[in-house]
Design a protein around this ligand. Structure first.
Ligand SMILES: Cc1ncc(C[n+]2csc(CCOP(=O)(O)OP(=O)(O)O)c2C)c(N)n1
Ligand SMILES: [Mg+2]
Length: 334
């Protein structure tokens, strides 16, 4: 009893110091890549940016439970933190951002945010919000029919749960006890529409109606998200079926670089959420538990900033695709 009380939170989750450092590092890499992307946009080099800032804990806490290349991920456009954790690189993200030939997602054909990797089992998203959910259910059904222990994670924003695709996927997954985890990153806005005008009631509680567990977690607390996702992934791997996780978080930037959020939300609201910044919060936990100090933090950040800058320079200098290649891999035959 006493020992249980004095154990730190991460110890009760079987996370070791190295895990915590990897998680922290992944959150910081995601943030620095994102910040750099906005600079490239303001310099007129990147046409469009869509950000993960504020959602790093939700993304990395959840994805830390996946086995890259074995499990499947159906990310949505904000999940750069998640895809970086699973093995995509800052260089690849900048190549995609700038539409270069070497872009690993689509060789410069898709908008940024359409993460895709055959090796890592990351399936590209389609333009309509929410269609990833039935696709993810289909992949989970394949795992089940083949008797394999892979799991599928499908992600989206809260507004993606207002569409019919979400219901169909939830219902089908519930009927067939599929090994799928639905992660809803509830960041309060759907472009300019606040969630009170987009979502009726609780998203997490809807899971009960489909016959499987739903959990609402503090999406800015990386350990809370990790814990919920760990349980969900274990449950799916055991063959016990789906789980819905609603991670309550906040979109710290405008919807995209084409959006002016000053028209629909107060600066004070953003400032209040900045105090709950998931990275600063996790840093505090690491400091308090003697797992990180100022010097180590500074050194890690400097190292990350340097290699992010290097990745961005590489992408800037990389060639665009040749015009003759424009239709390659778009049609089976031209
Ligand atoms: C079916 C459909 N409707 C509308 C859009 C336009 N659209 C793109 S992103 C977006 C907001 C989605 O909000 P949410 O799901 O909360 O994700 P967030 O951007 O907040 O992370 C909308 C309405 C779309 N792509 N697809
Ligand atoms: Mg949203």
């Amino acid at each position: 009893m006493t020992t249980e009380k004095t154990r730190a939170r991460h110890e009760t989750l079987d996370l070791e110091e190295a895990d915590l450092k990897s998680i922290y590092r992944a959150m910081l890499v995601a943030r620095r890549v994102d910040e750099r992307s906005w600079i490239l946009n303001r310099q007129g080099k990147a046409a469009f940016v869509i950000s993960c800032q504020g959602q790093e804990a939700a993304q990395i806490g959840a994805a830390y439970n996946l086995r890259p290349g074995h499990d499947y991920l159906y990310p949505y456009y904000r999940d750069s933190g998640m895809t970086l954790l699973l093995g995509q690189t800052p260089r690849g993200q900048f190549l995609s951002l700038l539409g270069k030939k070497e872009d690993p997602n689509s060789a410069g054909r898709q908008m940024p945010g359409h993460f895709s990797s055959r090796e890592l089992n990351i399936v590209t998203s389609s333009a309509p919000v929410g269609v990833q959910y039935p696709q993810a259910a289909g992949t989970a059904l394949a795992f089940k029919m083949r008797g394999e222990d892979g799991v599928v994670m499908a992600c989206g924003g809260e507004a993606s749960t207002s569409g019919g695709d979400w219901h169909e996927a939830m219902n089908f997954s519930g009927i067939h006890d599929l090994p799928v985890i639905f992660l809803v990153e509830n960041n309060v806005y759907a472009i300019s529409v606040p969630s009170k005008f987009q979502v009726a009631g609780s998203i997490a509680k809807r899971a009960e109606g489909y016959g499987f567990p739903g959990h609402e977690v503090d999406g800015n607390d990386v350990l809370a998200v990790y814990e919920a996702a760990k349980e969900a992934v274990e449950r799916a791997r055991r063959g016990d079926g789906p789980t819905l996780i609603e991670a309550k978080t906040y979109r710290m930037t405008a919807h995209s670089s084409d959006d002016d959020d000053r028209r629909y939300r107060e600066r004070e609201e953003i400032e209040a959420w900045r105090l709950k910044d998931p990275i600063i919060r996790f840093e505090k936990y690491l400091f308090e538990n003697g797992l990180l100090d100022e010097d180590e933090k500074e050194a890690m950040d400097a190292e990350i900033k340097a290699f992010v800058a290097e990745a961005s320079d590489y992408a800037e200098n990389a060639p665009f695709a040749d015009p003759e290649e424009a239709l390659d891999r778009v049609y089976a035959e031209v």
